[in-house]
Design a protein around this ligand. Structure first.
Ligand code: ATP
Ligand code: MG
Length: 425
């Protein structure tokens, strides 16, 4: 019978890759908690309307990337393409935003119908941070400082560049959009096809077009920076000052816009040159209007999301995943003959005495030789050997598998102590 395959662009995470993911996820969550961000979990499915109203009707995501379907009752549901909208919905629904500030983080799968390629999937995973109720550039800066710390701790800080920009108010963007469209319409013949289409739908997105001729055309175009109101200018200057004094390096990219409608004021991206075209590992900004747009009271907010696939790829590329992060066990217990009851008891007592020990007990019998082969293949540092001889003497053999050291016979009561010494636990 023909085997059923996974859905295109939706990868399985195999055990050999899981430790790197666990390491990255644990590192991010730990840094988040150190800055007072607390975890929130919300469903993977939401009403379609939530994403339409927040991300924007004429964005790539809503126009062509969402997994949308009607449930059995005819209600339109969508697999979340990102987390911010759901986070705002959940926080608002449970009164977390009323008269208080709130710093939240979330993680989980997101779904976008895109062309799958390296660093771009249809089910991918994000970690996100959202800070509500704080309007000043200090919280924007703290978020970026936190991210810089995270990159430093992951060993990738030297290989990601922070780009920042200010999108101003929606009023300023409106005036800029009109002038930009007029400028580009007069030169529409020289525009690439994608950008020509965007001229009518989402002209700001043309600014981050990857097409060289379009970028050249933009050199003479109006610049959003010239349209900013005083408050946005002051906010941006404040942010830059905070970053300077915290020694976080950045570059100002006046063409940085984001693909979602809800951003205003501060926007940023952390980009790397090490992953080809999929170089943005983390992106975010301010969205002071979104809470109100979704039915809440006006609430300033800033946040970001990072792609875990891209982070893991980058860490692998740079070879900075610590050696201690691996999927192998520490100890493989070889049990030959009629000793299975004793083997299980020995394993349990070791787990009680050495809670950090990763121990696999051989199951299913087999010869000494075949069990030792499995022990070796498991990646374990040590084989513990319990045969009928050992059982009769109340001993256990300890054989180092990765060094030339001799096997030693140890009384059962001393096995934990010996293992601890050998493994440096
Ligand atoms: P891109 O310009 O690469 O499409 P984006 O602007 O659509 O990114 P965001 O919506 O801001 O991305 O998502 C934040 C982060 O999530 C990205 O910087 C990236 O690391 C990751 N990401 C986004 N889409 C995908 C995807 N399809 N596959 C894997 N990771 C993704
Ligand atoms: Mg995208």
């Amino acid at each position: 019978m023909k085997q059923i395959q996974s859905v295109k662009g939706m990868d399985d995470l195999l055990p050999e890759n899981a430790p790197a993911w666990q390491y990255v996820e644990a590192s991010i969550a730990e840094v988040a908690e150190r800055y007072g961000y607390r975890e929130i979990r919300f469903p993977i499915l939401e009403q379609t309307e939530l994403f339409k109203r927040s991300i924007g009707e004429v964005t790539d995501i809503v126009e062509k990337e969402m997994y949308t379907f009607d449930d059995r009752n005819g209600l339109s549901l969508t697999l979340r393409p990102e987390g911010t909208a759901s986070c705002v919905r959940a926080a608002e629904e449970h009164g977390l935003l009323y008269n208080q500030t709130q710093k939240l983080w979330y993680t989980g799968p997101m779904f976008r119908y895109e062309k799958p390629q390296k660093g771009r999937l249809r089910q991918f995973h994000q970690f996100g941070f959202e800070a509500f109720g704080m309007a000043g550039p200090d919280v924007d800066a703290e978020l970026l400082i936190m991210l810089a710390r995270l990159w430093r701790e992951l060993g990738i800080l030297e290989h990601v560049e922070l780009q920042v920009n200010n999108l101003g108010t929606s009023e300023a963007r409106g005036r800029f959009r009109a002038d930009l469209v007029a400028y580009l319409e007069a030169r529409a013949d020289s525009l690439d096809e994608d950008s020509r289409r965007r001229l009518a739908t989402n002209p700001l997105r043309i600014l981050d077009s990857k097409v060289a001729s379009t970028q050249a055309l933009l050199d003479g175009a109006p610049s959003l920076t010239d349209y900013l109101d005083d408050q946005s200018r002051a906010h941006f200057a404040g942010l830059c000052e905070f970053l300077d004094s915290a020694s976080v390096s950045y570059s100002v990219n006046p063409r940085l816009v984001r693909g979602l409608d809800y951003y205003s004021n501060t926007v940023f991206e952390w980009v790397t040159t090490k992953l080809g075209a999929q170089g943005t590992v983390c992106a975010g900004g301010r969205y002071d209007g979104l809470v109100e747009q979704l039915g809440g009271k006006p609430t300033p907010a800033v946040g970001c999301a990072m792609g875990i696939e891209r982070l893991v790829l980058l860490l692998r590329e740079l070879e900075v995943i610590p050696g201690s992060v691996n999927d192998s066990v520490d100890v493989y217990l070889v049990a030959v003959g009629d000793v299975q009851t004793r083997a299980l008891a020995l394993a349990e007592s070791l787990r009680t005495e050495l809670p950090y020990l990763r121990l696999v007990t051989h199951m299913g019998g087999g010869s000494f030789k075949s069990q030792m082969k499995k022990a070796d293949k498991s990646g374990a540092q040590l084989a513990l050997i319990l045969g009928e001889d050992e059982a009769a003497k109340g001993e256990v053999g300890i054989k180092p598998l990765r060094t030339d050291a001799e096997q030693q016979q140890v009384p059962q009561a001393q096995v934990a102590c010996a293992v601890k010494g050998l493994l440096d636990l």
